[in-house]
Design a protein around this ligand. Sequence first.
Ligand code: ADP
Ligand code: MG
Length: 359
Amino acid sequence: MQETQAKTPKKWPIVLLSILLALTVGVLIFIWTRFGNAPPQDEGYQMTTYAMAAVVQQTVYGSAGQEAASAAAQAVSDLNEWISWRSETSDIAQINNQAGSSPVQVQPSTLSILQTCLDVAQKSGGAFDPTVLPLTTLWNIGSDNQRVPSAEEISQGLACVGYQNLVLDPDASTAFLSVAGAGLDLGAVGKGAGCDAAVAAYQEAGVEGGVVAVGGSVGVYGSRSDGRPWTIAIRNPNSGEDRTAALGTLEITEGFVSTSGTYEQTFTENGVTYHHILDPKTGYPSSNDLVSVTVVCDNGALSDALSTACLVLGLEQAQTLLAQYDAGGIFINEENQIFVTDNLQDALEVTADGFTLMS
Ligand code: ADP
Ligand code: MG
C-alpha cells in the first residue's frame, strides 16, 4: 500500500512530458507538411517546361508525382525529336528528304501519329492534310519571314500537297511520300500527340492522376485527389494577347481536349489579316465564320487533328466529322455565337460576357 502511494505522484511528470512531446511532434508535422519541401498531396506536383514551341504545364497527383512529371516532360521532348520536320534527324525530316525516292523506317509512335493523320485527312476530305509543308513554308506564319506568297508560288506549292501521296506500311513500319517536293508538317497534331506521350508516362509511373497541357492541347489521366472532375479552361478567342482569359470551363473525367483558333498566329499585310491554319484546297488561310474550335475525344493526336480539320471545314461539315469519331466539339464564330455538340452540353460553363450559347 505504502509503496503504491509513494510511487503515484512520480507518474505525473511522465504523463505531462508525453503530452507535451506529442503536441510538439504534431505541430512540427503540421509545419513540415504545410511549409516544408514535400508538396501537400492534394495540390499535386506542378511542373512547367517548354517543348514543341509551346509551354508544357503539368499537375500530377500521388507519391510518384514528381518522377512522373519529369518522365512526361522528357517524353514530350523526345517525341518532338521524332516528329518535328525541323529536327534534321527526325523521322519526319527523313521522310521529307526521301520524298519521291524511297520509304523510310519510322518509330512506332511516329507511325501511329501518321495513321491518325491519314485517317482524319481522308474523313475530312483533305481539310486536314499532313502534307501541307510546301504551303506552310511559303507563308512562314509566326516567324520573322512571314509573308503573303504570290499566286504562282501558291499554285506551285499546291501541286505537291495531297494526303494521297502519303503511303504507310504498318507491317514494315515505313512511311513514304510518293511525290518529289512533297513534305510532312505535323504542326497540327504534335501538341495533342505530346499529351498522349505525357499521359502514357503517368500510366507507366502508376500515379493517381495528372493533367498536362501542351500549348492548346490538354490531356487528363486518372483522378484528382479530391475526386472532383477535371476542369479545363477554354480560351476566350477575343482576348488578344492575353492567353489566360477564359471563355469558360469544361468539366471532363477523362480524355483529351484541343483547341485551334484563327487568333493564334496572325499577321496583317495591306489591311488584310492572315492566320496560320491553311485550307489545303486553296493554299490560303481557311475562311469561314469560325474563329475557334475545341474538340474532346479519347486520343490527344486525334483531338488536335480534328480541331484543325473542323476549323477549315466550317460548322456544318465539322459536326458530321466529329460524329464519325464520337468526339465532342465547341465552336465559336465571328458573331460570338457558341455551338456545342450534344455530348458536351452539360460539361461546358460559359463565364465570359458577350457570347451567346446557341441551342
Ligand atoms: P496550333 O499549332 O496553334 O495549336 P493547330 O493545331 O490548328 O494550331 O495547327 C496549326 C499548324 O498546323 C500550322 O501552324 C501548320 O503547321 C499546320 N497546318 C496548317 N493548316 C493545316 C491543315 N489544313 N492541315 C494540317 N496541318 C495544317
Ligand atoms: Mg490541331
